[in-house]
Design a protein around this ligand. Structure first.
Ligand code: BMA
Length: 308
């Protein structure tokens, strides 16, 4: 097995949250001043989602803030597109700021919002960076030839939902979009794929921990896999691991708000060569596990399937 589950999983549940929520899942996690900051999604009891914040000294024991981190905008330009909730945050550090991307749901579809913070005490919305229907946008924590880059996942009625790349000079206007990775037929990720954690830099390439979905007579199964992107040209995929690295196996991954889901929005590389991977279990709780970053890179390169 590639990922060793933390023995104390789940690390965060709805019971740990001091305001009323039904779930805690799909969290972005970053290290800030030797603390681990987790921005997590919670369903409230009307079925719509908000974002909360938790902090930890070790990446395992988290304490949740008294108030939510972000709730759907109730005024201004963002209100119209956040009416049905905000979901699945990803967080990166770039040029002295933390960037948070999140899915914004409304009667107009789902689109991606971008917000910034320097201290996680206050957060400022910048812009929506997609139209409808996009989800799972992860921004690379470095620029390429002066441009920001992101992996994204547009919806499509014709092609299975796939991973694309786009570039921007200013984080607001995005273009040069190109499809770079597709689901693989009759494979664990054949139904759809999407970026998971923001890409992690390694000596051999950018590690992309993504999710893949397989449809069965008993519903869909969400699993995690890995792909490696070229360090200088992230549109170039060097290898996609043929096997999943994590699938729902524990009771809190198999049963919950949505059965059979492990869904990743964040991973933290450590100086000792390990990586902490965070995932939502069954859309209900937060879990963490560790792997050797180099083992995941090996899986991309030594036992690969084609990206397209
Ligand atoms: C996806 C997203 C995720 C969720 C997953 C499983 O489409 O909505 O937020 O974890 O489904 O329900």
């Amino acid at each position: 097995m590639s990922i060793t589950r933390y023995h104390g999983n789940p690390v965060l549940t709805a019971k740990d949250v001091p305001y009323p929520v039904a779930t805690v899942h799909n969290a972005g996690v970053v290290k800030f001043d030797d603390r681990y900051i987790m921005i997590f999604r919670s369903h409230t009891r009307n079925g719509r989602s908000i974002l909360g914040k938790a902090e930890s000294p070790d990446g395992y024991n988290f304490t949740v803030d008294k108030e939510p981190f972000m709730v759907p905008a109730t005024e201004g330009a963002f209100r119209e597109y956040e009416e049905y909730g905000i979901e699945d945050p990803r967080v990166i550090f770039l040029d002295g700021e933390f960037l948070v991307t999140y899915s914004a749901y409304s009667r107009n579809g789902v689109r991606i919002g971008l917000a910034k913070t320097t201290d996680f005490s206050s957060v400022h919305r910048i812009s929506f960076i997609t139209q409808a229907d996009y989800r799972n946008v992860v921004i690379f924590p470095e620029k390429f030839n002066g441009l920001y880059a992101r992996l994204d996942r547009p919806h499509s009625e014709i092609s299975p939902w796939s991973i694309w790349i786009s570039y921007s000079p200013d984080l607001v206007y995005w273009g040069e979009s190109r499809l770079i990775m597709k689901p693989c037929q009759y494979h664990w990720d054949e139904m759809k794929i999407g970026p998971g954690a923001p890409p992690v830099k390694t000596s051999r390439g950018w590690l992309n921990i993504y999710h893949g979905v397989f449809s069965t007579m008993d519903g869909s199964i969400y699993r995690l896999g890995v792909a490696l992107h070229d360090l200088h040209d992230p549109s170039k995929i060097l290898g996609v691991g043929d096997e999943w690295i994590l699938q729902p196996e524990e009771p809190y991954e198999i049963t919950g708000y949505v059965h059979n889901v492990v869904f990743c929005c964040g991973a933290v590389p450590e100086e000792d060569g390990s990586i902490k991977i965070y995932w939502g279990g069954a859309d209900s709780v937060m879990c963490v596990g560790t792997a050797r970053t180099e083992d995941l890179v090996d899986q991309c390169l030594n036992n690969s399937r084609k990206p397209l």
